[in-house]
Design a binder for this molecule. Sequence first.
Ligand code: ADP
Ligand code: MG
Length: 729
Amino acid sequence: MNVLEVKQVSKKYGKLDVIKDISLEVKEGETLVILGPSGSGKSTLLRCINNLEKINSGNIIINGEEMIKEYKSSKPIYNNKEILNKINLSTGMVFQDFNLFPHLSVKENITQALISVLKKDKLEADGIAYGLLKKMDLISKANSYPCDLSGGQKQRVSIARCLAINPKIICMDEPTSALDPELVGEVLKVIKDLAKEKRTMIIVTHEIKFAEEVADRVIFMDEGKIIEEGSPSQVIENPKKERTREFLKRYINIKEDKMEKLNSNEVEPKKVIKFFEEISEIPRESGNEEGIKNYLIKFAKERNLEVYEDKDYNVIIKKEAAKGKENNEPIALQAHTDMVCEKRADIRHDFEEDPIILYKDGDYIRANGTTLGADNGIGVAQILALLDSQDMKTPKLEAIFTVQEESTMIGAINIDLSKLQSKKIISLDGGREGKILVGSANCLEWKSRLEKEYISVPEEYTRYELKYDNFKGGHSGGNIGDIKRGNPIKLGISILKKIEDVYIEEVFGGSQVNVIPRDFDIKFYTKPSKLLEIENLINEQKEFYGKVNIEIKEIAKGERCFSEKLTNRIIDFIYNYENGALEYVNNNVILSCNMAEIKEDENYVNIGYSTRANNLSLRNKYLERLDKLVKKNGLEIFWSQELKGVEQDINNDLILKCNEIYKKIYSRNLEKMITQGVVEGGFFLSKVNDLQYVCIGPNTEDVHSPNERVSITSLKNTYEYLQELLISF
Ligand code: ADP
Ligand code: MG
């Protein structure tokens, strides 16, 4: 039997929709737990059920009695006093902050309602109170006052007070939130006992483990709505909705797919994998390279290798030639020590503290929901394995480890290569077996801003949130040609452009200027009549991009939004920004652009974007168009930089040698590539005369995204090739 039925209840505070058309039922003896972020309306819902707040529409039926008698001109008319009294006695409430009467003793707090409302005589009331105090293990406190009790004791008194009137439904609103951690247990125990007795309860709590134990059913609420409902194992262990996962990940580690841990004792090339494991222990987000620098210095000192470091934490390590190769020309190897740190929304990972744990997934090494750092840790690891090896007949090796390749390029820009004897650099920052990088793009990056300008929200406009996530992202150079990756910032803005008549209120998307954005979150106002069109446009996008999340929802109205002018400038600029691969030669992208990020700070909306080009005349034409668009929309550019490309004779000694050795092993030519990516080689070439530069590496997929992975077979092949190549000099 249903003790409670909540039927399409809505509740507003002024204009704020706090409860939006919620329906739920609670059966006799059932324990229902409500989870949800702060402000989602949980307390309000409980207060409505307890008739402590009036609802605006719908009805609440408790123990067969209807709270609302009827509706007159769509206003709810509450039932008569007699029925409401019954309802009030059928529900009891335990509050977060106890709400005990400070001037009454513990016993009197419990007997007060029994005497004044239920008209029991004092003796009977005292009897009930003592019975409950015994149950709560508080007999000795009967005559104490609340101020003399601990928080846990106060809450147990307040539960006893609630039980005194023997309500049909007990509601508890975060009953342990105000308690010191060591007192939570005693209160949870009392509640668990009530659940065992099959008392009907609705409990709002953030104690997820407790919820899982005690609940028959769990509801997850957000923004005044029920988002997800089911058994504890369904909602807590296997949440279906992204929002539930997002919320729960603050409290528990959501179960991950099962993958094997990588074991460097078992997987070839063992030495490379061992070093990769070691450096994966060291947090090394771009700009945080001190730890990895210290590791490299220690590595060199332990092996008596000549080592240099600079103030940016670039490191150069030199290893003398093998016997008989003292007179051969030295060869430089290069990798960058930093990595891009991206993670899946449902993963907890602190990139400043936590190691990247390596997993083996078939032929791939990957991390668990974070970027792997194979770009370029797998290059660092190969160089370390080469420097460590005792028996390889190589000429003198000069290992260059640079910093901040993924962000400022400051490592490559500042490194002093005057100590370098080599005229040939083999970079290990490539990502495709059988290919060799011989040229790279010139890259321009900009950050622009628009000053924020707010107006009051016009009448008749409804507030919506449009959210994109789970896009593939990837590298703005290497992956820009793949149109299926999509750009959520462009996609979201294109919807607003099409529906017109909108006011943006808040906008966030993307992560950094060299990463294809993976998410976009925009709050805006428009007329509710536009919703259908928006939903249709979303469905078209979903169909094209497949496994991505795109959601629109109405949210409670706020007070301000961007002015029409600012809204239009944002939309016009992003909509008209030519994004993605723009020009090709033989399937190679030679001109591309990335609308990378849009983020607000206190006063500005900041937009980051970039252009990569291998053909400067094409680029210059494009730049004229971009410049017009920037000016038209009044963007102020506050930061920009140019990163140089690699231009060299693609038949120089180094490239020919690389090909010769490859051909010896695989009986085919290496494929020469020119990338849209900026490579550090551009800076090296500008510092050293007659420098030759190539870049190689194993197959690495979905770099810069949480799906980043490196092929083990390919790593083995690449490392073998690299050894052959080095001993050939
Ligand atoms: P929760 O318990 O999930 O944290 P609440 O039910 O307390 O959420 O609040 C939901 C929303 O209603 C919040 O935005 C809150 O600011 C608003 N709210 C709650 N009580 C009132 C009130 N008495 N007057 C105006 N707004 C309120
Ligand atoms: Mg609350």
